[in-house]
Structures are given as C-alpha cells and as structure tokens.
Design a protein. Sequence first.
Length: 232
Amino acid sequence: MEADLALGQTIGTSLSQINELPIMQNLPDGVRVPSSGDAEMMDEMFNQFGFAMAASVVMVLLVLVLLFKDFLQPLTILTALPLSIGGAAVGLLAYGAALDMSSVIGILMLMGIVTKNSILLVDFVIEKRQQGMTRHQALIQSGAERVRPILMTTISMVAGMVPAVFASGAGAAFRAPMAIAVICGLIASTLLSLVFVPVVYSLMDDLREWLTPKLAKLTSVTVEDRIPRKEG
C-alpha cells in the first residue's frame, strides 16, 4: 500500500500518526511495515544523524582548539550547544512538529550560529584578561559589551525565519519545522548562554589553575628521570 502526503503534512508527523493507529500496534506475526520513498530516506537519515552530529561537534572542537591553542576554552564554547538543542526540542514539541528531515537540518544550522555567539563572549574575556583585567571584571564587561552584537545576530536570524513558519503553499510544511528549530534554539541559547557560558568559563579557568602546577610538577619529574646521572 502506498500513499502521498496531504497538503500541509510532513513525513515525520504522518508516520507518527500512522504508527499510533491500533492496527499498527498489533500486527500479526510475519507482517512488517517496510519503508520506501521519503520514509525510507528519513530512516536512513536518522541512522546517520547521530554520527553526523558527533562528527560535526568533533570538527568544531578541533577547529576551536587550533584557533585558541587551548583545550578547555573550546569546551566552554561548546556548552551553548545543549542549550540550543534543548530550546529547539521544546519549540518543536510546542508546535506539534515531529523530528524529521527539515528539523534536523535546522538543528545542524543552529549549531554553527550558537557557537559563533559563544566565541564572541569567550574571545572578549581572553582579550581583556591579557590586557590586565581580572577574570570577574572581564566576564562582566564581556556580557555588557557583547550582548548587543549577539542580540543583533539573533534578532536578524529570527526575523528571517519567521515568514517560513507562517508561509503557505508548496513546501511550506517542510520549511516550518526547520524554522521553528532555528528560532526556538536561537532564543533559548542566546538568553541562557549569557549566563551559563561565563559560569562555565570560570569553572574551566579554576580547573586550569588546579591542573597547571600538577602537570608542571609531573613534567619536571619526567625530565629529571631522563637526565643521566654522573656516578662518583
């Protein structure tokens, strides 16, 4: 049996409604529901989604490590990702949209945008501390001076996505979940990252201060063990 989507329906929502039917919950032995067409393509996409998400996070982390020449601060920047994904998930649930191809594309777009906002905060703090400012002062000033460009980026992106949510016609049902994911994820990450990123930066900086003398001591012991000792 084959069917086409009704106008305004997405493949993810339609499959969820079909799978909730009583007859689909009690299939006879030996009867299965094969996927084909868009449903098959969506199944393959979700099978690879976890790997694609992990690979994208690793690639972003590697690039940030090379740029900052540090490992802890890139981890601080990446703390905005769970905030954005959580906001996107809440938005999709409130909108009643299923997690389908368009919403996944929106989440992947979201990851790059929210990473940029965190970079603005962390890079400003590092720059001010190199100029002699204390950590506390640098964190406060970063929130005060970087909030405007971050909000401008968020507002412009949200404004560009709003028409896709309320659009009608061909392809509107595909674009709406993507726009919802981007809008809600951006709003959540923008508001929460201004609070969480400075906190995580402080924790990572404390961790660095605790690890640095221990690593220096370990390195000095290793070097001394390698230096040959003169007898006599």
